[in-house]
Design a protein around this ligand. Sequence first.
Ligand code: NAD
Ligand code: MG
Length: 381
Amino acid sequence: MKKVSILGSTGSIGTQTLDIIRRNGENFSVCALTAGSNTSLLEEQAREFKPEIVAVASEDAANDLKVRLADTAIRVLSGEEGLCEAAAIEEADITLGAIVGIAGLKPVLSAIDAGKDIALANKETLVTAGDIVMARAKEKNVKILPVDSEHSAIFQCLEGRGELKKIYLTASGGPFFGKKRAELENVTAKDALKHPTWSMGAKITIDSASLANKGLEVIEATHLFGVTADKIQVVVHRQSIVHSMVEFVDGAIIAQLGSADMRTPISVALNYPVRSEISGDSLDIFGTGNLTFEKPDTDTFRMLELAFSASKMGGTMPTVLNGANEEAVSAFLNGKCRFLDIADMVEGAMENHKIKENPSLSDIFCADSEAREFVKVKFKL
Ligand code: NAD
Ligand code: MG
């Protein structure tokens, strides 16, 4: 039986992970759960899965949760320290990282330091500090198993198959596919939250609409698979059936297909190296219709090129791209800026930044703060 610590258990990935565990009770048990502030759902999850520890981001949320769980023996922790302790809990065999944003970085590092294998959804961890995370994972001999669907696909295509030439990273194109800049001037958060094929948390859904998500995924892939960004071709594939492809040196291309259900990549990571049955609809191969592959429109969706540039520049630049994007997306979700401002803000923060090569963790958090401050000042937030 694998014992799992789940970071971000109340989110889209977290709840789907618990769904898999609920249906495979003989294979898994839960030893820690963490969330930002949704104490009512966390209480429900804690009562069902009976972890030893639950942790939440703030002291206030922890006080609320302590009252809610007063009749149980579950320990309630709070703040960064509490999240890190839950991530590294002694009993865990594997820690699933599904916090959104750079907030997930320290807990994931804490789990790695404690020798836990990581099932990683939280792409911002690798975007902001990929070199540090991968080096520490190697040092501690822990596996980083991708949960992001494209990276899970690439991971599955690569397994034991030799030298890769190119990665085809697929993108659905998001809700604004086919639109030009002028048509995006006045789109609202509500418009951007209507993703055509995937149901996900708010931040990643906005990132999917701007193609920032695909940009972050390019950087994520460079770290996971040890390639430079020029070996990665982003392909718009509207049907979200091919989850990515790998071309090998001999010209063979291997793809991974499946329905648009995150429970498959979560299951691949949690059960690795074996596979386990999950209930749900398998892909109706005769119902797929035509599969299409197109070049992305990088003039309209500028975040993609900005991410390629940040990856090439290296050092602290991907952290700045990520920090400015996190802050701008939050402003957009709160109605404080326009959709097209997001890329402008990120570009401005990148132009404003002096790159630090081989950054330490503290350089990374400095660069993140600097980028956020830049956006806040520009938007007068
Ligand atoms: P979500 O917003 O639905 O959930 C985020 C979780 O993190 C919640 O449990 C929330 O309480 C917690 N959280 C938020 N801020 C926090 C903080 N400051 N401190 C501690 N906990 C905090 O997001 P999601 O869609 O589940 O995505 C989670 C991560 O997985 C993201 O990095 C995303 O890019 C990645 N991912 C998600 C999907 C998907 O289908 N949802 C697919 C691929 C990758
Ligand atoms: Mg993805």
